[in-house]
Write a protein that binds this ligand. Structure first.
Ligand SMILES: [Zn+2]
Length: 322
């Protein structure tokens, strides 16, 4: 069964123990039939809470920072690991030094699959320790591009455990949207706000809304103005919100199409606004990563324009991971 559908040319392919990271035309894969990526409920992590913001009474947070490794990426990694196992994969490979690496190591351990994580040489010792204690092999050398090149080379022989390349990841992250709808008893806030880097959470949410034909939700993508990958790809400088520091998102056109479908928009927030929101979350008792603080900065920007709608925002990851 062909489960992979090229977003650019419509060719199809199949996930096996090794799969082509892209179509021969260079296009990225989408899910030909998302039901093929359904996983056993035993492989799905515990639901995360909806948390009413103690300051803004019309703001709810989806607490994805409370997943196992402190990030929404656990959901995508669990789904991708189940799909890899079914496809006959015997070894996984990934390049990341951030939340994707921790999520991959945890999901691989749960699935009983060995994983090699390629990271830059400056991997902090605490992160290496966390990865290795979950059983991952760690190769820490060179810069980020070198780590990516090593993983791409290994993907010719091993399952490429990439949250950008494989569409099963979005099926997992989209579950947080379905869960949120259930938690709101089908009466969700009208505006949903999601920090966007590569868009692996945003696209999962957008696909879930699409499939439910839920057009009443306005989706808003929040980015750092220092790294405006959606509006001005390739122009990004550095942002302290490293979780959304993607200068040229490979799935940019898919993200923009989803924004158009849901009547949404992009909000960009400054480094100062992110720092201020980061402190404000801390004073609410939440140690969030800065990408999540960008979400609060986005909420504040919306409110400053007189926006009175109730808002659901994604707290994407914990700041306790170093
Ligand atoms: Zn193609």
């Amino acid at each position: 069964v062909s489960d992979l559908l090229c977003v650019a040319c419509g060719r199809t392919s199949r996930t096996a123990a090794v799969y082509p990271p892209r179509c021969v035309c260079g296009g990225l894969w989408s899910a030909a039939d998302p039901s093929l990526y359904a996983i056993r409920s035993a492989d799905v992590g515990a639901p995360t809470p909806l948390w009413p913001d103690p300051v803004d009474r019309d703001l709810l947070w989806k607490r994805e920072d409370l997943n196992r490794t402190g990030s929404f990426k656990d959901r995508g990694a669990d789904t991708l690991a189940a799909v890899a196992l079914r496809a006959g994969a015997t070894r996984l490979v990934v390049d990341s030094s951030g939340s994707a690496a921790l999520a991959a190591a945890s999901a691989a351990a749960r699935a009983g699959l060995p994983v090699t994580v390629h990271t830059p040489g400056d991997l902090p010792p605490a992160k290496r320790h966390a990865l290795e204690m979950m059983g991952a092999g760690v190769v820490a050398e060179g810069d980020r591009a070198a780590a990516a090149a090593r993983a791409a080379e290994a993907a010719a022989r091993e399952f490429h455990f990439s949250h950008v390349a494989h569409p099963a990841f979005f099926e997992g992250t989209g579950r947080s949207a379905i869960e949120a709808l259930e938690q709101c008893d089908g009466r969700p806030p009208g505006t949903w706000l999601v920090p966007v880097g590569n868009g692996s959470l945003f696209l999962g949410i957008a696909h879930a809304l699409d499939r439910l034909e839920c057009r009443s939700v306005r989706l808003i993508a929040v980015q750092a103005s220092a790294c405006p990958g959606l509006r001005s790809p390739g122009t990004g400088r550095s942002t302290r919100a490293t979780g959304i520091a993607i200068a040229d998102p490979p799935r940019r056109s898919e993200i923009l199409a989803a924004l158009a479908r849901q009547g949404g928009d992009v909000i960009e927030v400054s480094e100062e606004e992110i720092e201020s929101a980061h402190g404000a979350l801390g004073r609410r008792g939440v140690a969030a990563e800065r990408a999540s603080a960008a979400a609060l900065a986005g909420v504040r920007a919306l409110r400053s324009t007189g926006e009175g709608d109730s808002i659901l925002a994604w707290l994407t990851g914990s700041g306790l991971r170093g």
